[in-house]
Design a protein around this ligand. Structure first.
Ligand SMILES: Nc1nc2c(ncn2[C@@H]2O[C@H](COP(=O)(O)OP(=O)(O)O)[C@@H](O)[C@H]2O)c(=O)[nH]1
Ligand SMILES: [Mg+2]
Ligand SMILES: [Zn+2]
Length: 366
């Protein structure tokens, strides 16, 4: 394959510039693990490891190679290979800067940044039109997508399971401002034609969504063959078996590159900026700009355009609550992402608590 078929662009080319002079070559991560990565390159498929130095110098797990990343590698001298199918080996010396990236907060209390995919052009946010369908989850996914820098497309899969997919599509369109919405059934060949506008040669598309919504089924449709395990089999993969036989970045016959991410149980914010929330909730941002006071908290201030819209029904109460919830999560995530901020915040709260305790003592006459 040539590099352009793998999505090589100006951004990647500029990023690779510092590594140009030696014997390093660029390659793209098809499957990222801490210790072994599968790469696609102009030299074919490679099996690669990070150098000790890269592992040592990398401050955060999120800076290690993730699926979609461009890396600078050194090919190992041709070793005697086990067979024609075995891949050439290489060492990863650097991860190139990312054009776009999807992060979430890793599970657990002190979860750090976890990278889901890098250098994605378009993201299909996949939801199933079954009992699990949920507008609020779509808003959360949209916020993460706007933050990533990739263009989101909402894909409502399993339309065969819903009596009125067109109505749902209209409802989703009203919350997915700036993102196209497509309803289809990955189980039916002809319906995926609706995704053709985004399946451009050499463009990278990631599929994001909860486990079981049909991401792998859709990827297999786009590939024209059942390459990715689906349903019960994919669950077994999720538990850690067969992981080495699985690939995450695949080349479709149309030339588009698709990234099939493992199903997510939850998508907690890593560092989602205010801007990304404002893009997701552009309607609310526009209302807030019309409030009488610049620092309106949208509670009971006179001239509050948000409260007025809630009263006349033009702003849905659930959407308003969803926005507030994601805003709180965003503030929390920002503190997690920036320890310095977290410390300052902690200090401020400690000061307030101390002052409160002092006041109580004064009142009780201690
Ligand atoms: N009825 C219906 N079932 C589907 C459709 N797409 C996928 N499925 C089923 O949903 C289950 C989960 O699909 P899978 O692709 O493994 O989901 P993933 O976890 O998101 O990768 C499988 O049993 C699929 O056969 C669809 O369009 N309609
Ligand atoms: Mg899957
Ligand atoms: Zn207001």
């Amino acid at each position: 394959m040539n590099l352009f078929d793998l999505g090589w662009d100006d951004f990647a080319s500029k990023s690779f510039h510092p590594f140009c002079s030696g014997d390093l070559v660029p390659a793209r991560v098809a499957l990222g693990h801490k210790h072994a990565c599968e790469l696609l390159s102009a030299h074919g498929e490679l099996l690669a490891e990070c150098t000790g130095r890269l592992l040592h110098e990398t401050a955060s797990h999120a800076d290690l190679p993730a699926v979609g990343d461009w890396v600078a590698v050194r090919l190992r001298p041709d070793e005697p290979r086990a067979g024609p199918a075995s891949r050439r080996r290489a060492d990863i010396h650097a991860v190139l800067p990312r054009k776009t990236k999807f992060s979430r907060r890793a599970a657990g209390d002190d979860g750090g940044e976890q990278l889901l995919a890098a250098n994605v052009d378009t993201v299909f946010l996949v939801t199933a039109l079954d009992a699990n369908y949920n507008l609020r989850r779509i808003e959360r996914y949209l916020a993460v997508a706007w933050e990533s820098g990739a263009q989101p497309v909402v894909v409502l899969n399993k339309s065969d399971l819903h009596p009125d997919p067109a109505a749902i599509r209209a409802a989703v369109e009203s919350v997915a401002i700036g993102a196209p919405v497509v309803a289809l059934s990955a189980a039916h060949d002809e319906s995926v034609a609706a995704l053709a506008p985004w399946l451009r040669p050499a463009s990278t598309i990631a599929l994001l969504g909860s486990s079981g919504v049909g991401k792998s089924t859709l990827v297999n449709r786009l590939l024209g063959e059942p390459r990715q395990p689906t349903g019960a089999v994919s669950d077994a993969v999720g538990k850690g078996r067969h992981t080495t036989t699985r690939r995450e970045l695949l080349v479709t016959p149309s030339g588009a590159l698709v990234i099939d991410t493992p199903g997510l149980r939850e998508l907690q914010f890593w560092d989602v900026a205010n801007d990304s929330l404002d893009s997701t909730f552009a309607d609310i941002a526009a209302l807030a700009a019309r409030c009488r006071f610049g620092d309106c908290a949208h509670r009971s201030e006179p001239g509050c355009a948000v409260q007025a819209a809630l009263e006349d029904g033009s702003l849905d109460a659930d959407r308003w609550q969803s926005y507030q919830k994601l805003q709180r999560e965003q503030a929390y995530a920002a503190r997690k992402a920036d320890p310095r901020l977290a410390r300052e915040h902690g200090t401020a709260w400690r000061k307030i608590h101390r002052a409160q305790r002092m006041q109580q003592r004064l009142k009780s006459g201690e």
